[in-house]
Design a protein around this ligand. Structure first.
Ligand code: SF4
Ligand code: SF4
Length: 489
C-alpha cells in the first residue's frame, strides 16, 4: 500500500506537533447504482443496444469481392496481411490510412466534446456500454440498489451463493461472447466459429479469446467506474475542449440552494428546490454528488438529470434542477434572461474544417491510389561490371507489387540512358530495349534486371536514369528514378 508523509505545520506558540501520516490509498467504496427511468436512461439503452448489435453482428456480414478474395465485410486478415472494409482493401504499406482514421477519431471526439461535453464517456465508450450491461445483469439477479446492498452485507448463505454464482456465470458468458466476437474480426467468422467449439482452432485464437474474456469480465464486472476515474487519460484533458456553450451536466445551485428535506406539500417560496433526497447520488454510476460542482469523475451520463426530474415532478417543481445544458444558458436562466443553444462557434467550425479536410484527403487518396507498387534496389557489390566488349553493366533487383486480383503484364524500359539495353534474367533476351514482366495477382514479382550501356555513351561516373513500366492492358505508366554507375571517361 502506498503511503506518503505529510507534515503538519506547527501552530505558532504550540509545542512541535508529531508528524501525521496521510495515506494515498483509499479503500474502494462499492457503488450500487439505483435503477432509474427517463429520457437519458432510454437514450442510453438505445445507444447501447445499437452499439452492441453492431459489434456482435458486424463480423458475420458478407461482402462479395470476387473469386479468391475473402468475403467478410470487415476483416483484418493477419495471415494475408490485409485489412478489408467493405470494398476498401488496405495493404501493410498503406498503414498510413490508419493514421488518417485515428486523426478522424480524435478530431471527431474533440468536436463531440465541444458540442455535448462528455457524451462519448457517458453514452458510447465501450467501458460505459459494457459496465451498463453488467450492472443490468447484476440488478436482474440481485435486485435493485437496496437489495444489493443488503445482500453484500448479509452473511454467506445458499441463496447469496446462488445469486453470486449466477451473476458471475452470466458476466463470464457475456465476457466470452465479447472476447470471442473480437477474434472474429481477425479471421473468417464462420470458419473460426466452426472450428472453435471442436477444438480445432489455433492456440492464438483460444489464447486471445481468453485474454479478451478476462479483460471484459474484470473491467466491466469488477473495475467499472475505477477505469473512468483512475485509468482513463481522457478526463484529464477533455476540459480543454469545453467552452461556456458546451453542453454539460450541472446542478443549478442558484435554484437548488439552500437545500433541505421536504414534504410533498412543502412551500418552496423561501428555500431552494433541492429536497436533499440524494436520488442523484444513488443513480450515479461513479457514485459522486453532482451538487458539489463539476468533477473529473462525472462521465456525463445524465442519469442524475433523470433522477432529479422524477423528484421535481413529484413536488410539482420545474424540471432540470440538474440540467444537461451549457454554462452560458445556466447563467442566463439564473438572471432570468433568454437562453440560446449556440452550436456554431469558432472551435466547432475549426473541428468541422479539420474533419472535412482529413476526410477529403482520405477519400481522394483512396480513390486515386495506384494498385501497383515498385521497389528497386541497385547492386552494390560490384557497383558495375566491365564486359568483354567494353560495355558497362549495372544490376538491379526489380520488385513489382501487383495489388489487383488479376494477372498483369508490364513493359519495362529505361529512359535517360543513351544506348541502354536490358536483360531480365529468365524473361528477356540480352540486347532488347524492352522487357515484358508478368506479375501474378496479389503478389510481389521479383526480377533481376541488368542494364548494359556502351562505354562510349557514358560521360560520367554516375548517370541519372528512369525505369518505366507500362501496364500492357490499362496503359497505366509508373516511373522510378535510379542511377547508372560506370568508370567515367
Ligand atoms: S454526476 Fe450525473 S452525469 Fe455525472 S456520472 Fe454521475 S449520474 Fe452521470
Ligand atoms: S435528486 Fe435533485 S432534489 Fe434530490 S438531492 Fe439530487 S438535486 Fe436534490
Amino acid at each position: 500500500m502506498a503511503t506518503a508523509e505529510s507534515t503538519t505545520a506547527a501552530k505558532s506558540g504550540d509545542a512541535p506537533q508529531p508528524e501525521q501520516k496521510t495515506s494515498l490509498y483509499a479503500d474502494r467504496v462499492r457503488i450500487h447504482p439505483r435503477k432509474i427511468t427517463g429520457f437519458f436512461r432510454s437514450l442510453k439503452w438505445y445507444t447501447i443496444w445499437v452499439l452492441l448489435g453492431l459489434y456482435y453482428l458486424a463480423p458475420w456480414l458478407r461482402w462479395d469481392r470476387g473469386p479468391g478474395a475473402p468475403d467478410q465485410a470487415l476483416l483484418i486478415d493477419m495471415t494475408g496481411r490485409r485489412a478489408y472494409f467493405f470494398n476498401i482493401e488496405i495493404w501493410p504499406q498503406e498503414v498510413y490510412y490508419l493514421t488518417g482514421v485515428l486523426i478522424l477519431g480524435a478530431v471527431g471526439l474533440f468536436f463531440a466534446t465541444a458540442l455535448a461535453g462528455r457524451v462519448w464517456c457517458g453514452f458510447t465508450c465501450p467501458q460505459t456500454v459494457w459496465t451498463d450491461l453488467f450492472i443490468w445483469v447484476e440488478r436482474l439477479v440481485e435486485g435493485d440498489r437496496n437489495k444489493r446492498i443488503r445482500l453484500d452485507k448479509a452473511p454467506w448463505s445458499l441463496e447469496k451463493l446462488g445469486k453470486k454464482l449466477l451473476k458471475h456465470a452470466i458476466w463470464l458468458f457475456i465476457a466470452f461472447v465479447t472476447g470471442g466476437a473480437w477474434i472474429l474480426y481477425f479471421g473468417d467468422a464462420f470458419e473460426i466459429a466452426g472450428k472453435f467449439f471442436i477444438g480445432q482452432e489455433s492456440s492464438a485464437v483460444y489464447g486471445f479469446t481468453a485474454l479478451f474474456t478476462g479483460t471484459t469480465y474484470i473491467l466491466a464486472g469488477w473495475a467499472r467506474e475505477q477505469v473512468c476515474i483512475y485509468m482513463c487519460p481522457w478526463p484529464r484533458f477533455q476540459g480543454a475542449m469545453f467552452d461556456e456553450h458546451s453542453l454539460i451536466v450541472t446542478y443549478e445551485e442558484w435554484r437548488g440552494e439552500p437545500r433541505d428535506k421536504a414534504k410533498r406539500d412543502a412551500d418552496f417560496s423561501s428555500r431552494g428546490h433541492c429536497v436533499d433526497c440524494k436520488m442523484c447520488v444513488q443513480v450515479c454510476p461513479t457514485g459522486i454528488d453532482i451538487r458539489d460542482g463539476q468533477q473529473m469523475a462525472c462521465i456525463g451520463c445524465a442519469l442524475c438529470v433523470d433522477a432529479c426530474n422524477t423528484v421535481m415532478d413529484k413536488f410539482n417543481l420545474p424540471r432540470n434542477l440538474i440540467t444537461y445544458d451549457s454554462e452560458a444558458n445556466q447563467v442566463a436562466r439564473s438572471k432570468g434572461e433568454p437562453t440560446q443553444t449556440k452550436l456554431i462557434r469558432p472551435r466547432t467550425i475549426l473541428y468541422v474544417v479539420v474533419l472535412s479536410i482529413v476526410m477529403a484527403v482520405m477519400a481522394w487518396s483512396l480513390s486515386s491510389r495506384s494498385r501497383l507498387e515498385v521497389n528497386i534496389q541497385r547492386d552494390r557489390a560490384p557497383l558495375f561490371v566491365t564486359l568483354s566488349d567494353g560495355a558497362i553493366r549495372n544490376g538491379y533487383t526489380y520488385k513489382i507489387l501487383n495489388m489487383e486480383r488479376q494477372d498483369k503484364t508490364f513493359e519495362l524500359t529505361v529512359l535517360g540512358l543513351k544506348g541502354a539495353t536490358l536483360q531480365v534474367i529468365g524473361e528477356a533476351k540480352p540486347g532488347s530495349h524492352l522487357a515484358l514482366l508478368p506479375a501474378k495477382p496479389d503478389t510481389v514479382a521479383t526480377y533481376k534486371v541488368y542494364v548494359r550501356v556502351p562505354r562510349e555513351d557514358l560521360a560520367d561516373k554516375s548517370t541519372p536514369m528512369v525505369f518505366q513500366i507500362r501496364d500492357t492492358e490499362s496503359g497505366e505508366v509508373h516511373e522510378d528514378a535510379s542511377v547508372f554507375l560506370g568508370p567515367g571517361r
